[in-house]
Design a protein around this ligand. Structure first.
Ligand code: ADP
Length: 160
């Protein structure tokens, strides 16, 4: 039974995240999407909101579930008995950051294997932070996030 985890902020989840989730879910028996809740960080959406958006987006994929992690990811993975960690990479910048992160996680727990999945070219410009900025100026994000996320962004930023 191959279980993998896909951790991230998902603030908000995008079509790029969904693409990685779909592809990872087809490779592993179970995929746990892990929503990070770091008290040092400011999020636009609460952990509960991020979880419910991801649950709605992935409702049709039977082997995907969603959880929140407010501790070190390696400790969380140990408790869940998961050794495979999936991360998406959009380009070299992502890769250098992700590479360091994977070294750190390996130092903390040598059993953790990080698997990098390259973005689908269609989604490589998608980044939650830019999408929030665009939405804050009432820009059109409908090609970047699922409709339910576009609606949630509209509700957060309101109409001018
Ligand atoms: P971000 O704020 O960078 O969009 P997250 O922390 O929510 O990211 O991302 C979780 C994981 O998803 C990270 O491994 C990130 O590199 C990956 N990811 C985010 N957007 C994409 C995308 N468009 N294509 C592939 N991977 C992505």
């Amino acid at each position: 039974m191959l279980k993998a985890a896909f951790p991230g902020s998902f603030d908000p989840p995008t079509l790029g995240h969904l693409n990685i989730i779909q592809r990872a879910a087809s490779l592993f028996d179970e995929l746990l999407v892990v929503v990070a809740e770091n008290r040092q960080k400011k999020y636009l959406f609460s952990a509960a909101e991020r979880v419910s958006m991801i649950e709605e987006m992935t409702g049709e994929i039977k082997n995907v579930s969603v959880a929140v992690c407010d501790s070190l990811i390696v400790d969380f993975l140990q408790k869940q008995d998961i050794k495979l960690l999936i991360r998406g990479v959009r380009g070299l910048n992502d890769f250098s950051y992700e590479f360091e992160l994977s070294m750190m996680n390996k130092a903390l727990d040598s059993r953790i294997e990080t698997i990098f999945m390259t973005t689908d070219p269609e989604y490589f410009v998608l980044r939650s932070s830019s999408i929030k900025e665009l939405a804050s100026f009432q820009g059109n994000v409908s090609e970047m996030v699922p409709p339910l996320v576009a609606e949630a962004l509209k509700a957060k930023y309101g109409k001018k």
